[in-house]
Design a protein around this ligand. Structure first.
Ligand code: PBG
Length: 330
């Protein structure tokens, strides 16, 4: 006997009957222009050192970085985001190297903009790569507190140095209060009206950053980042942060991590008039790679499904270590 169902004239499967129809009614899609590729830079020529917990990702010396960025450019990706990896001996409690205009990081920005002018260079503004304390802000020696307002001066100086080097988009990633306004003001006072700010507006205190901290050897020496990064339980707070950053002059907002926070991406997209970015972070990358290497999942398919999920949630931009690999497939 054949089973009958309620409304046999309505058959959603008609819209899935072949690939032409499926593509025709597809609601969201992933394109190369959505993607930003994060890259790690070190101050030593000839280096291309794989990061253990991020298979397929490397710390690049300046020369090999340029080669990599050229490849990425040829694949059709229009933006890279650079993170500096410093040796311990070049870190200190004041994050001095962050304010060195001749440091290898501003030099790397300059080199890329000189060689490939239309490649957009995004930067990172936070103290953790430079700080012997491993925190995103200056730390008060006595109390161990991560200082807000004292850190803002350093961030503003970093913003100027990076803009002078040619950065197109600055990425304040530290979750200090008031940083977007202070950075915008500093930029404008120096005439950098065209330098964009993508604010890490909703950045959670997450365990998904583990492999990134391996890459930079930047894990906090003491304590955690919960007094500045957000509680994973909160979403209203993300909207508050986004509103403040918008008022202070952000051009784009970011949610980070991405995969466990698709609801936050969606909420920000609904509430804000600004473009929203998702950061598909190191731990999300590592999980997919590890399972794929074990043959437990199809790595390529899971990668593309993951990236597409950010678009469906409402992201306009995606920062992902998969960007290069994905660009080869789309
Ligand atoms: C620090 C920073 C972190 C990431 C980007 N910028 C780590 C942290 O907050 O400890 C993480 C990126 C990733 O995990 O891929 N300012």
């Amino acid at each position: 006997m054949m089973t009958e169902f309620d409304r046999p004239h309505i058959r959603p499967r008609r819209n899935r009957k072949n690939s032409a129809i499926r593509s025709m009614v597809q609601e969201s899609s992933l394109t190369k222009s959505d993607l930003i590729m994060p890259l790690f830079v070190v101050d030593k020529k000839g280096v291309k050192q794989e990061i253990k917990s991020m298979p397929g990702q490397f710390r690049f010396g300046p020369d090999l970085l340029l080669k990599e960025v050229k490849e990425i450019h040829q694949l059709g990706i229009s933006c890279v985001c650079l993170f500096p990896a410093l040796e311990d001996r070049n870190k200190d409690s004041k994050a001095t190297e962050a304010m060195n205009p001749h440091g290898f990081y501003p030099q790397a920005i300059k080199m890329i903009k000189h060689e490939i002018p239309d490649m957009q260079v995004m930067t990172d503004i936070a103290l953790d790569p430079y700080s012997s304390d491993g925190h995103d802000g200056l730390v008060d020696k006595k109390s161990g507190k991560v200082l807000n307002d004292e850190t803002l001066d350093v961030l503003a100086e970093m913003a100027i140095i990076q803009s002078r080097a040619g950065a197109d988009i600055l990425g304040p990633s530290d979750m200090m209060d008031g940083r977007i306004g202070v950075i915008r003001q500093a930029l404008d006072s120096e005439g950098f009206y065209d330098t964009s700010i993508m604010s890490y507006s909703a950045k959670y205190a997450s365990a998904f950053y583990g492999p990134f901290r391996d890459a930079l050897e930047s894990a906090p020496k003491k304590g955690d980042k919960k007094t500045y990064q957000m509680n994973p339980a909160n979403i209203k707070e993300a909207l508050l942060e986004a509103e403040l950053d918008t008022d202070e002059g952000a051009d784009m907002l970011m949610v980070k991590p991405g995969l466990a926070y698709l609801d936050v991406i969606s909420a920000l997209k609904d509430e804000s008039l600004l473009p929203v970015a998702a950061y598909n972070v190191s731990g999300e990358y590592a999980m997919v790679k590890a399972a794929a290497q074990n043959g437990w999942i199809d790595g390529e398919k899971v990668m593309l499904e993951t990236l597409l999920s950010f678009k469906r949630a409402g992201a306009d931009v995606i920062l992902s270590y998969f960007s290069k690999e994905a660009a080869c497939l789309i």
